[in-house]
Design a protein around this ligand. Sequence first.
Ligand code: PLP
Length: 397
Amino acid sequence: MKINPHFSQLKESYLFSTVGKKTAEFQKTHPGREVIRLSIGDVTRPLAPVVIEAMHRAVDDMSRRETFKGYGPDQTCYGYGVLLDSIQGSYARKGVALGTDEIFISDGAKSDLGNILDIFSEENVVLVPDPVYPVYVDTNVMAGRKILYADANEQNGFLPMPDPAVKADLIYLCSPNNPTGAAYSKEQLKEWVRYALAQDAVILYDAAYEYFITDPSLARSIYEVEGAKDCAIEFCSYSKTAGFTGVRCGYTVVPRSLVREGTPLNRLWARRQSTKFNGVSYITQMGAAAVFTEEGERQIRENLGYYRENARLIFSCLEELGIGYTGGKNSPYVWMKCPFGMDSWTFFDYLLENAAVVGTPGSGFGKNGEGFFRLTSFGTRENTAEACSRLKNLLLR
Ligand code: PLP
């Protein structure tokens, strides 16, 4: 018996546990001080009423013999037609035509981003932006793959572009990016698609935050770029779009025209899912199917607008302070440069001790995150406004 040796190569993730420990320690030593957390990547607004009503109806369906549901339809890897149709419709409104057999329902983007690696050889070389959502790196380390990094920094606006000298087989792109909030334009994505097609590579495109995009020059789906259906898989989630972090639902698009070594990847993914996955609950799928209806979109936009206003408060405060940042405009994250040349953890401690505000040190997302700091707009309005006023009081001094 041998365990997977690659697990020993994983770097311990101290980021959120250290944030939690330092915050708890501060609270113990400053019992009267209210700590404001702008570190969380989790939503705080309740689900939209249409979603709740649809889920209630689905619970009632489960209570009657005539409408009871067991396993979902196996010909679609357990996705119900009404949900697949609603996702197809939301893509059509972005100008992207998809077949429902190109859409796979899952319990969220994180699972699919990890599981997709099952269909690729371990010999593939992987290209990952730095800094980025840590799941891409860790899932590939677990599989023993070689990882190359594309530097995201102030010089390229935290949006690395392809380097023709670098040969990669699997390319991760995350736009709008977690943690930097930077988002690719359609023109920039065209270059990535051209590069991937030239290399016969596959792009794994994480669009978990696409609903935060308001600027029409930015792509909400990589399939808005011609040729992307021949080289890209897209991962989407209801988590941030519709507050489903605790409900769990996402979807992944594997176009039929994406073929490598003569094999359609759509077929491989369907085989993988039907072997290792038994679908998302009927109640969850019915709730998700309400999101992309006319009323559902109106209601989720209200919640997104709430977070967007929080983000505006944060970046306006940074502008007043003359601190550089990216994100906040088409993303729930504001990525600020640490003032006074502090490194990420020094600024974390400084902000906690002097303003009782908690953010996330950028260095936890990759080496290029050093000297930066992530603030999120997912808190309440009152807390966000209070954090901004504390930030101003502290840094204007
Ligand atoms: N992708 C990115 C970039 C994220 O930041 C997150 C969650 O924070 C996810 C995917 C995971 O989403 P889900 O809740 O659908 O698993």
